[in-house]
Design a protein around this ligand. Structure first.
Ligand SMILES: [Zn+2]
Length: 204
């Protein structure tokens, strides 16, 4: 089989010191069979594993974020929120996908852990910014779930905080509560200065 010709839009990129991979919310409840399953969510797992491999190879840090709600969280419908019960701390639904190969050195960030606070951004109410600054991080590679909520809001905060952002467009999927929410979110992230990349564009 001939390899697909490289798209004119494929941006070349290379990892360097100061880069971090932020694997966002690859949890059972957002995947097939989960209470808030995202269409195509499972497809990003093998792709993220390849990004993880590239970061490992270059001894660069990997962070994994998770929605980590108490029972009765304000975002649940039973409390008047928009979502079905999902990612309750300690349950199977809150666990990372078993197919996700997180390295032993992965740093975990749990968010929306208080009953009365929603947090779509991984910076909100967490020590992520503190961790990244202490580690000398300047550029965040972000992928995971979901494009139109946690990825979008994390990118908004990352840009406000002055980080460069590389958006892994082959490793994100949207909830699309409204049609094209995901596409609009991607456009907004580009406008904020996030650079869209795919695995194809990686230079050794
Ligand atoms: Zn949640």
């Amino acid at each position: 089989m001939k390899p697909a010709p490289e798209s004119a839009h494929t941006q070349r990129w290379q990892l360097k010191p100061g880069d971090v991979l932020l694997v966002t919310d690859i949890q059972n409840d957002f995947l097939l069979g989960g209470s808030l399953a995202v269409a195509g969510g499972d497809e990003v797992v093998p792709v993220l594993n390849r990004y993880i491999g590239a970061f490992e190879k270059q001894d660069l840090p990997v962070y994994a974020t998770r929605d980590w709600h108490p029972a009765g969280h304000c975002s649940f419908r039973e409390q008047g929120g928009p979502w079905p019960v999902h990612c309750v701390a300690g349950t199977h639904g809150a666990k990372f996908a078993s197919a996700l190969r997180l390295p032993h050195f992965t740093i975990l960030i749990s968010k929306a852990t208080s009953p009365d606070q929603e947090a779509y951004s991984s910076f909100q109410g967490t020590d992520l910014d503190h961790h990244l600054r202490a580690a000398g991080i300047r550029r965040i590679f972000i992928g995971g779930l979901t494009t139109d909520y946690c990825v979008l809001n994390t990118v908004r905060d990352a840009r406000k905080l002055g980080y460069e952002v590389m958006l892994l467009t082959d490793a994100i999927r949207a909830v699309d509560v409204q049609p094209n929410d995901g596409q609009r979110a991607e456009e907004e992230m580009m406008q904020l200065g996030a650079r869209p990349i795919t695995l194809e564009g990686m230079s050794a």
